[in-house]
Design a protein around this ligand. Structure first.
Ligand code: WT7
Length: 652
């Protein structure tokens, strides 16, 4: 059991409130009876091939039919083997052919308040233009394209354009540093980087292209950089012939490129995420299985209807944006609101203004955002008419019951079901979640698995634990949306996910199942921390710190934080430098430069030595206690010798 957020576990364990689905909602829901859910789960478990054959044939377009549903060569799975499809076709052409060409696909609002709407036909034209432009830059099937962009429609367009020609996108969240971009470009062998002249954030302009320029100095595989003019930044330096403008290369294209039939198992994208070691890993997802999983889970969990205005507040730089802004909702023909900026710009009511203005019916956001809204005050919510909402969702971390209740009362007016969706970058889409028409919810529980998901909670020996007992959460059977590997590192894939419990996918989370069969996620087993719903490896931050010349050794742990879920606490021993305020600032900045602002420690303490066990392992539990203020009273931010404390602990 993880000790990093054990405080939350106690809280969660006593939660016994039950919120049945509103009868009104159930009447028209996609899942309206428990039997329907059970039947589907049984089919998917007992006759998996038939179940998924039917799903894939009905819900994806096939240029060539697949011959085999699932080839399972543990731990390598292939789905819909031999078939040819295209994710961009499924998101665009298939809907247009079904008569939805004039339906709004993306309803976009920029941070400064500018708006654009793209119908499915408009979106296809833009995607084709971008694909045609990329082809002129020498990009074809199998080439990797890094995308480092603001949340403009062009970000989704660029992703779908890659899918259209079979290029593999690697979206890099626009908050990452030049160093992180270069690492990702090099690991993936990216040939093209798509970026913008800048990005608006709380009224300020961040110079994206300048960051990319720095990254490109260390990215030898990249031949071209395609630049969108978003903010009209005059200072952009364009290096010829490497750098080209979107308006020169993309806009003049005809916009008519047919989608390329792709093998079911062709890589659709790579997305880098943190594991328990220092180096982020490129999670590889493929075409057909991922696309089907994103689409069906979207339809099931969000109970999608054609008149819905759906808003997922994530950034496309994370898996949530991939699956639930782009591939899931667009495959389902949904109308999606996409917002570029911060939730508190120009004021703390921006989200609620957007919900009211665009009559949003489904809202999908993160617990960390909800906690910020609570802090900002109810008056920002009360100013707006939120009666269009019918369904609420959360993702990224467990939601604490207080935040759940606030969301339920203040945003949902006690009438909207809440879907707490548990999943991971690796799972491709939602794995466990309430189905809003049928599942009675309990604040803090992601309730039950979706059809086709077979969870297993096991102990250290790999044996399934009895219900009620916590253990490591695994998934016992392959599912269409599962990751197919780590880019360029199959050993790590096997070792990380399939070796601890042979034959089962190890999620890295701890979980417990209650007497109603509901699952409760209880934090990580590894050194991964969750800061504002963003996943970070403590070792990654440690590596960044020790890459500074003054740092001898560093240990990083998570500590509970009311707003972020977890905050980052760093313990650092230094050499040849005075451990003072100036150095502290320098080190914080260094981490920002190495990884990005999201990895900057919230606390940084200097220590003469780090507490170690006799075998030399850093005593993380002790550091976590110190970081959360449990062990030492008063100001611990000054120089101290933690090895003394460690000795005391060992003697106990
Ligand atoms: C980790 C995955 C899923 C997309 C966003 C994050 C934690 C995520 C929940 C939830 C409890 C959750 C887990 C998971 N997590 N959703 N509803 N309840 N924990 O994707 O960056 O791959 O992180 O986030 O620890 O393993 P990610």
């Amino acid at each position: 059991m993880t000790d990093s957020n054990s405080g939350q576990i106690d809280h969660v364990l006593i939660e016994d409130r039950l919120f049945p689905p509103p009868a009104e909602f159930t009447k028209t829901a996609v899942f309206s009876t428990q039997e329907q859910y059970e039947t589907m789960c049984n089919q998917a478990a007992e006759d998996s091939d038939n179940f998924w054959r039917g799903e894939a044939n009905e819900h994806l377009h096939w240029f060539e039919p697949f011959k085999e549903v699932c080839k399972w060569n543990p731990p390598h799975a292939e789905w819909f083997v031999g078939g040819k499809t295209n994710a961009s076709y499924n998101c665009l052409d298939r809907n247009i052919e079904a008569g939805l060409g004039d339906r709004i696909a993306i309803l976009w609002e920029g941070e400064p308040g500018d708006q654009r709407t793209l119908t499915y036909s408009d979106l296809r034209t833009e995607v084709c233009k971008c694909a045609e432009g990329m082809k002129q830059l020498g990009i074809g099937a199998g080439d990797v394209v890094s995308i480092y962009m603001p949340m403009t429609p062009e970000l989704a367009i660029a992703m779908l354009a890659c899918a259209r020609i079979g290029a593999v996108h690697s979206v890099i969240f626009a908050g990452f540093s030049a160093e992180s971009i270069a690492d990702r470009n090099n690991d993936a062998g990216a040939k093209l980087v798509i970026t913008a002249d800048g990005l608006y954030r709380r009224g300020r302009v961040l110079p994206l292209k300048a960051t990319v320029d720095e990254a490109l100095e260390k990215s030898p595989t990249v031949n071209h950089c395609l630049v969108l003019r978003r903010v009209g930044n005059e200072d952009v330096s364009m290096v010829e012939p490497r750098d080209v403008w979107w308006h020169d290369v993309v806009d003049p294209q005809p916009g008519e490129l047919p989608a390329k039939p792709m093998d079911s198992e062709a890589s659709l994208f790579i997305l880098y995420t943190s594991g328990s070691t220092g180096k982020p890993k490129g999670i590889r997802h493929t075409t057909a299985g991922y696309n089907l999983w994103a689409k069906r889970t979207f339809q099931w969990v969000f109970d999608h209807r054609e008149d819905d205005i759906y808003w997922c507040t994530a950034d496309c730089g994370w898996i949530t944006g991939h699956s639930y802004i782009v591939y899931g909702p667009l495959s389902a023909g949904a109308t999606c609101l996409m917002y570029e900026g911060a939730p508190n710009f120009p004021a703390e009511d921006r989200f609620w203004e957007l919900v009211e203005k665009h009559k949003v019916t489904i809202l999908y956001t993160a617990p960390t955002a909800i906690r910020a809204f609570i802090k900002w005050g109810d008056e920002h919510v009360e100013k707006h008419d939120l009666s269009s909402l019918r369904l609420l969702g959360t993702v990224g971390e467990g939601i604490n019951p207080e935040a759940w209740m606030w969301y339920h009362k203040k945003i949902g007016a006690e009438r909207c079901p809440i879907v707490d969706t548990w999943w991971q970058t690796e799972t491709g889409g939602i794995m466990m979640s309430p189905l809003p028409g049928i599942t009675a919810t309990k604040p803090g529980s992601c309730t039950r698995p979706l059809p086709g998901v077979i969870p297993a909670i096991v102990d250290e020996t790999g044996k399934e634990v009895d219900d009620q007992h916590g253990g490591m959460l695994c998934i016992a059977k392959p599912w269409p949306g599962m990751l197919r590997g780590i880019w360029g590192d199959d050993d790590r894939f096997v070792q990380q996910y399939w070796s601890t419990v042979p034959g089962k996918y190890l999620t890295g989370d701890n979980a417990r199942k209650d007497s109603d069969g509901y699952y409760w996620i209880m934090g990580r087993i590894d050194d991964v921390i969750n800061v504002s719903g963003h996943r970070l490896s403590t070792i990654e931050v440690e590596s960044a710190l020790v890459s500074h010349e003054a740092v001898c050794e560093a240990a990083v742990v998570g500590r509970p934080d009311a707003l972020k879920g977890q905050a980052i606490a760093a313990f650092v021993s230094v050499r040849d430098r005075e451990p003072n305020e100036e150095l502290r600032k320098e080190l914080l900045l260094h981490v920002r430069k190495q990884i990005g602002a999201l990895a900057q420690p919230d606390d940084l303490r200097f220590t003469a030595t780090l507490p170690k066990t006799r075998s030399g392992k850093i005593m993380r539990r002790l550091l976590r206690d110190i970081a959360s203020g449990k062990e030492i009273a008063g100001d611990t931010s000054t120089l101290e010798d933690l090895s003394v404390l460690a000795k005391l602990q060992e003697d106990e």
